[in-house]
Design a protein around this ligand. Structure first.
Ligand code: PA5
Length: 357
């Protein structure tokens, strides 16, 4: 298959990117910095108390921050966190629940429905949005609203949608102060953007190299339970929405108990599968051994493997370093596919159609 674009042609990369996705990726560190110091400062949270569980409700690019929170906060917070991607909320939601209603546009119908349910169940709600009906409703109902800057694709506003939850939980006394970890993440992300951005040539740019390996293939992303699993899911979503390609994700060690058996037939499709393994120095030592054995088992059966290792010291920086790599890979893959990473016509069509039915 001949590629549509030479990834070393920066002008070509920008020509295809009509909505400024590269600039949005570069802004991720700035989003985290702004959310760390500013966005939540003046949001009044008084009256939220006696919380015994947390639900993050949202969809797509607005939901993934909930998974980042669930994974990152595990081990740091005693309160259980559930991510909800639906019209309805779990039965346990009640007055002792803190519901983060997250919708970048503020107009996603499932999130608006879940918001209304949370209101009916007497939950404490914090809305995170750039505006829309969600911002309006939450303000009218007297709930705190973290208003984030507009103008991004929701999936490109991840720092704005995720970091405020850490800040709110800290202000409520549910989570310790993460300011320094977020600061480190900002530094790591800036560095990653220099290494992975469009100006860095393919020979020195791991994101461009992985995109080239994934071109014409079916990307399958593997993360590790409790850490990079959420990033594997993020890579999948970003490849779908930015590169307009199918992609699948799974998690170790669970996939050792099913998926490795399934990678035998049909052979011609297996040869199209390229697996990306997200690795972290803190992965459980047994899981690291499992990865090596899994690669041996599948050697020659699939197109191949790529590995991405996290950078940074803190858990948050390491998670975000993997996430940032995936974001860039998805936009380079879009370029190789010859598509504009920004528009998501199928999502827009569906949302419009649903308004008329
Ligand atoms: O990234 C996207 O554009 C989508 O995944 C959206 O996030 C999703 O459709 C939900 O919309 P919103 O984030 O505005 O609630």
């Amino acid at each position: 298959m001949s590629q549509c674009i030479d990834l070393n042609r920066e002008d070509e990369l920008h020509r295809l990117d009509t909505t400024g996705m590269f600039a949005a990726l570069e802004s991720l560190s700035g989003q985290c910095a702004e959310a760390n110091r500013e966005l939540v400062e003046k949001v009044p949270l008084s009256g939220i108390e006696a919380i015994s569980n947390i639900v993050v409700t949202g969809l797509g690019g607005s939901a993934i921050g909930g998974d980042l929170l669930r994974v990152y906060a595990a081990g740091r917070i005693a309160t259980p966190i559930v991510v909800n991607r639906d019209y309805l909320l779990p039965e346990f939601v009640g007055p002792d629940t803190l519901v983060f209603a997250v919708s970048y546009s503020g107009n996603t119908e499932e999130t608006l429905s879940a918001y209304a349910e949370a209101l009916g169940k007497g939950a404490s709600i914090v809305a995170i949005t750039s505006g829309g009906k969600l911002g309006e409703a939450a303000r009218q109902d007297g709930f705190p609203v973290v208003t984030v800057p507009g103008g991004f694709a929701p999936r490109a506003a991840n720092g704005y949608l995720f970091v405020p939850m850490l800040k709110v939980l800290h202000k409520l006394g549910l989570l310790s102060d993460m300011t320094e970890e977020i600061d480190e993440t900002v530094v790591v992300l800036k560095d990653m953007c220099n290494k992975l951005g469009p100006a860095a040539v393919e020979a020195a740019n791991p994101a461009k190299q992985i995109a080239s390996r994934l071109y014409g293939k079916i990307p399958v992303i593997w993360g590790v339970a409790g850490t990079s699993e959420v990033v594997a899911q993020r890579w999948k979503g970003q490849i779908n929405e930015n590169a307009k390609s199918p992609a699948y994700w799974n998690v170790l060690p669970e996939l050792n108990h099913n998926e490795i058996v399934g990678l035998q037939f049909p052979e011609e499709i297996l040869k199209k599968i390229h697996v990306v393994i997200l690795r972290d120095e803190k992965d459980h030592p047994r899981v690291q051994k499992r990865i090596e054995i899994t690669k041996e088992v599948l050697q020659g059966k699939i197109d191949g493997f790529s590995e991405v290792r996290s950078s940074g010291n803190g858990a948050l920086a390491r998670l975000y370093s993997l996430l940032c790599t995936g974001d860039y890979v998805s936009v380079y893959l879009a370029a190789l596919n010859g598509v504009d990473p920004g528009p998501v016509k199928a999502i827009d069509f569906l949302k419009n159609e649903l308004q008329n039915r």
